[in-house]
Design a binder for this molecule. Sequence first.
Ligand SMILES: Nc1ncnc2c1ncn2[C@@H]1O[C@H](COP(=O)(O)OP(=O)(O)OP(=O)(O)O)[C@@H](O)[C@H]1O
Ligand SMILES: C[C@@](O)(CCOP(=O)(O)OP(=O)(O)O)CC(=O)O
Length: 421
Amino acid sequence: MACESEKWVLMVTAQTPTNIAVIKYWGKRDEDLILPINDSISVTLDPEHLCTTTTVAVSPSFDQDRMWLNGKEFSLSGGRYQRCLKEIRSRASGFEDEKKGVKITEKDWENLHVHISSYNNFPTAAGLASSAAGFACLVFSLAKLMNVKEDHGRLSAIARQGSGSACRSLYGGFAKWIMGKNDDGSDSMAVQLADEKHWDDLVIVIAVVSSRQKETSSTSGMRESVETSKLIHHRAKEVVPKRIVEMEEAIKNRDFESFAHLSCADSNQFHAVCMDTCPPIFYMNDTSHRIISCVEKWNRSEASPQVAYTFDAGPNAVLIARNRKAAALLLQRLLFHFPPRSDADLKSYVIGDKSILQDVGVQDMKDVDALPAPPEIKDNIAAQKYKGDVSYFICTRPGRGPVLLSDESQALLNPKTGLPK
Ligand SMILES: Nc1ncnc2c1ncn2[C@@H]1O[C@H](COP(=O)(O)OP(=O)(O)OP(=O)(O)O)[C@@H](O)[C@H]1O
Ligand SMILES: C[C@@](O)(CCOP(=O)(O)OP(=O)(O)O)CC(=O)O
């Protein structure tokens, strides 16, 4: 190693997207290695609107591994963090930068400590898959820092050990997590099905539904389902394998009708499994159910589906529209049923790609109040409004996979001290 007294700090910054499953992962066959009982498929969300940025640094002057999450020191003692660090360290290779006077041999990595600072540009632990983007970014950035020469598939198998769904965030576009058969998990990894340009008509609207923190985490919820639900085993054996084949085909052919049917059916079955768990787990709430009804009614009134919906382990709706026109018509309906509180400002009620508001034809709250009831609604009850039941909407699209950020101004650690900026 370069002279211990030298104060060099070597740093890497990366940005990684989050993802939403359209064929759900729910249930493990190995809790420690995080091995699932079925394959899953996801859409990667545009990191411009939802992403994690992580800077990792190494220096002979660091005396322990440390992490900061959204600016606050965060303990790395959890088994999942330790596992990811260990797996990456064991694959590290030597590195030399003569100009900086940095020389690290393969062996040195065992004794060198890292500093990690990570920031989510969206709420953490709010049902928007921050753990997926977070672990993918941690593994990707550490792998770059430690000169790990493994492909994205191998890295995805490491991210999987942080949080299962994280393995799919190593790719843009559409990803499949292959459950694998091996007991050691070596064949349980994600692959890319298609990149983000393949189906760029799709527009994604996320309704962030007001709720308290969820009572059952995904990790414990799926454990309880595996232990108590019969439906989950039928789903994993009989239902998901067929759906995976059909979903891959739908994505390949940009067949929105099949894509929508499969996504909605799979989300509904996942929530049915939660209900079939003892005691039952309720992730969706009344607002989630109202959003489903609104989409189902509209889809049924059209010749073919305009929007797919899917819900993870929480009440937030992820709505995938076949194109921008359908997304604007969807948002008209959603703003009609779920207007913001009177004191809210429209600009902070619809975030992400706000240009959608022009297509919707609303500029301010007056325009929202004037929106007509959707034409497919025939009775007064169905035309009801639920002011304030949605916290805000995020408008986004399918997006790219992890990238390195070379501009030092985007780093979250100070290049001289290795401490948060
Ligand atoms: N940027 C990050 N880097 C590393 N770990 C993170 C990061 N962001 C979140 N996490 C981890 O993920 C945890 C939150 O995961 P949790 O599953 O509770 O919420 P979520 O992933 O945001 O929502 P959901 O799983 O319901 O979609 C945090 O407590 C932290 O351990
Ligand atoms: C409903 C889901 O979002 C469940 C995600 O579960 P996690 O990946 O958060 O669980 P752990 O592997 O225990 O960390 C469906 C999915 O993303 O496929």
